[in-house]
Ligand binder design. Structure first.
Ligand code: BG6
Length: 484
C-alpha cells in the first residue's frame, strides 16, 4: 500500500449518536425521543431490514403504556452517559483527532417547544466536550441524529408542521451559544434523506395521520432544509471560526448493464439521492425534482424568503455515510436486495455482510469523485464500517480481521480519491465503540474497535475491551495512511 496520501491535519476519528450510545434515557431531565420508542425485534420475527417506524397514534400509545417483556435497547445504549471518561480515554489512546457524537435534542429541550433549556442536559455535554478537548480531540457534533423530542411527534406530527423550524433553530442557537468555544465542527441533520424511507425516524411523522404520505414527507423535508439553512446562518454568526455541514446517506447507483435503459434508471436513482445535497450545497431545488413533484401531485408550500434562505446559507462542507452501493435496472420487477434503509438489485461482483449490505470499497472512491466534481466543496466521510458478529476468544481477545480488511480497503480507496484530487477533510468510522444498531436495535451487530460486553437483551457487564482492530486503526492514524 502506498503512504503519505492523506493531508496534514486529516481528521481521523470515530462516529456515534446519542440515541445509540448514551443510555440514561430518563436521567438528567431528558425527555423521550422518537428512538426511545423503537423496540428490539428478534431476527426470526423481522419482516424487513427496517423495523423502526411507528406509524400511528394508537401504536405510539401502546408503546408508551408498555407491556411485559418490552425491550428498548436505545433507552439503555451502552451507558456512555456514565462512562464517557473511560470511553474517551480509549479514543485518545487510538489517537483520534475528532470524535463525532450527537447532542440529544430532548436532553436540552425535553419537549422541544420550550423557551428555557434544561441546564442539566447542557452541563452534561459541557463535561463531554471538556473531556474530549483535554485529550486533544475535536468534537464533531450532529444537531439531530434521529432523536427529536417525542412530544413534537404527538403535538405537531413532526416536521410536517412549520413551527418546528423555529423550535429547531432555537435549539441550535442555544447549543451554538453554549459551546461556541468548545465545538468548531457541526452537522445539521443526520442522513437527511432517510425520511423518504422512514418518515417517523427522519421527520417524526405518524403516517396514519396524513392522506398523501409523499406530500407530507417532502413538505417536512422542506421545513428541515429551511431549518438547516437557518442553523448554518446562526452557526456562522455565533461561531465565526466554526464550520457546519450537511449529512447524506450516500447511495451510489450503478446501471445493471450498459443498456441505455439501465443507465438512465441509474442516473435517475442517483439524482434522487443527490437531490438533498443539491439543495443544501447549491442552495436551490434541482429542476428534475420540481418535475418529479409535478408528476406526483406534490405541492411544496414555501414561504416568502425561503428560497433566499436556502441560497444564502449553504453548508461549508458535505458529509456523508457510506456503507454500500446500489444497482438500478430499466426493467421493472427486478429482485430486491435488502440494505438497512434502502434496497436494490444484487451486484454479482460484490460480497455482502451478514446483514446483506454489499461491500464496495471502490464505490467509495467513485462517490467521492462524483460528489467533488458536482459540488466542489470539501467532503467528510462521517460514517463507514462493517457491522459484524464478533466472538470473544477464551483469552478474552477479539480477532476481528474481517473488520480490518473492510476498513483497509475503504481507507485505501479514500487515499486514491485524494490522489485523484478530491478534497477530503476527514474520516470517522461508524460505531468506533460497539453500540446499538439503528435499523435493528441489535447490540450483536457490532462496528467497534472497542468491544462492549452487552447482549441484545441488555445482559452483560458493559465492560470495554480492545479488539485487534484497535491497534490497527491506531497505527493508521499515527502514520496518516495504511502501512500494512
Ligand atoms: C446510518 C446511521 O444509517 O447507519 C447510524 O446514521 C447507523 O445511526 C448506521 O447506526 C449503521 O446502521 P445500523 O442499522 O447497522 O446501525
Amino acid at each position: 500500500m502506498s503512504t503519505g496520501r492523506f493531508p496534514e491535519g486529516f481528521l481521523w476519528g470515530g462516529a456515534t449518536a446519542a440515541n445509540q450510545l448514551e443510555g440514561a434515557y430518563n436521567e438528567g431531565g431528558k425527555g423521550l425521543s422518537i428512538f426511545d420508542m423503537v423496540s428490539f425485534i428478534p431476527k426470526e420475527e423481522r419482516t424487513s431490514g427496517i423495523e423502526m417506524d411507528v406509524r400511528s397514534e394508537q401504536e405510539l400509545n401502546d408503546l408508551l403504556a408498555g407491556k411485559e417483556g418490552d425491550n428498548f435497547p436505545k433507552r439503555r445504549g451502552i451507558d456512555f452517559y456514565h462512562r464517557y471518561k473511560e470511553d474517551i480515554a480509549l479514543f485518545a489512546e487510538m489517537g483520534f483527532k475528532t470524535f463525532r457524537l450527537s447532542i440529544s435534542w430532548p436532553r436540552i429541550f425535553p419537549n422541544g417547544d420550550e423557551q428555557e433549556p434544561n441546564e442539566e442536559g447542557l452541563a452534561f455535554y459541557d463535561q463531554v466536550f471538556d473531556e474530549l478537548l483535554k485529550h486533544g480531540i475535536e468534537p464533531l457534533v450532529t444537531l439531530s441524529h434521529y432523536e427529536m423530542p417525542l412530544h413534537l411527534v404527538k403535538e405537531y406530527n413532526g416536521w410536517t408542521d412549520r413551527r418546528l423550524v423555529d423550535f429547531f433553530v432555537h435549539y441550535a442557537e442555544t447549543v451554538f451559544d453554549r459551546y461556541k468555544d468548545k465545538v468548531k465542527y457541526w452537522l445539521t441533520f443526520n442522513e437527511i434523506n432517510v425520511s423518504t424511507i422512514s418518515p417517523y425516524i427522519g421527520s417524526g411523522i405518524l403516517v396514519d395521520r396524513v392522506d398523501h404520505v409523499e406530500q407530507a414527507v417532502y413538505q417536512a423535508l422542506h421545513h428541515q432544509f429551511v431549518a438547516s439553512a437557518r442553523a448554518v446562518k446562526a452557526c456562522h454568526e455565533i461561531i465565526p471560526d466554526g464550520q457546519i455541514g450537511c449529512m447524506l446517506a450516500r447511495m451510489e447507483v450503478y446501471p445493471e448493464t450498459c443498456n441505455p435503459d439501465d443507465v438512465l434508471a441509474a442516473l435517475e436513482e442517483d439524482q434522487k439521492n443527490l437531490f438533498f445535497t443539491d439543495v443544501q450545497v447549491r442552495g436551490y431545488y434541482p429542476s428534475f425534482m420540481l418535475q418529479y413533484f409535478k408528476k406526483n401531485n406534490i405541492q411544496i408550500e414555501m414561504l416568502p424568503g425561503d428560497e433566499e434562505i436556502l441560497l444564502q446559507h449553504t453548508v461549508d462542507f458535505l458529509s456523508f455515510s457510506y456503507y454500500m452501493t446500489m444497482v438500478a435496472s430499466g426493467s421493472p420487477d427486478k429482485a430486491k436486495e435488502k440494505g438497512n434503509f434502502f434496497s436494490g438489485i444484487t451486484n454479482p461482483y460484490l460480497e455482502s455482510s451478514d446483514w446483506g449490505w454489499q461491500i464496495d470499497p471502490k464505490g467509495l472512491r467513485i462517490s467521492l469523485k462524483k460528489m467533488y466534481d458536482r459540488y466542489q466543496v470539501p467532503l467528510f466521510i462521517v460514517e463507514n464500517g462493517l457491522g459484524a458478529y464478533d466472538t470473544v476468544e477464551e483469552d478474552g481477545s477479539i480477532q476481528d480481521d474481517y473488520r480490518i480488511d473492510y476498513l483497509r480497503a475503504h481507507i485505501d480507496q479514500m487515499g486514491e480519491a485524494i490522489q485523484d484530487g478530491v478534497e477530503l477533510m476527514g474520516y470517522t468510522s461508524w460505531g468506533c465503540i460497539d453500540l446499538i444498531s439503528a435499523s435493528t436495535s441489535e447490540m450483536s451487530k457490532r462496528y467497534g474497535f472497542v468491544y462492549v460486553d452487552q447482549d441484545d437483551y441488555g445482559n452483560g457487564t458493559l465492560a470495554r475491551s480492545k479488539k485487534k482492530s484497535f491497534d490497527w486503526y491506531k497505527q493508521v492514524i499515527a502514520s496518516n495512511d495504511i502501512i500494512d
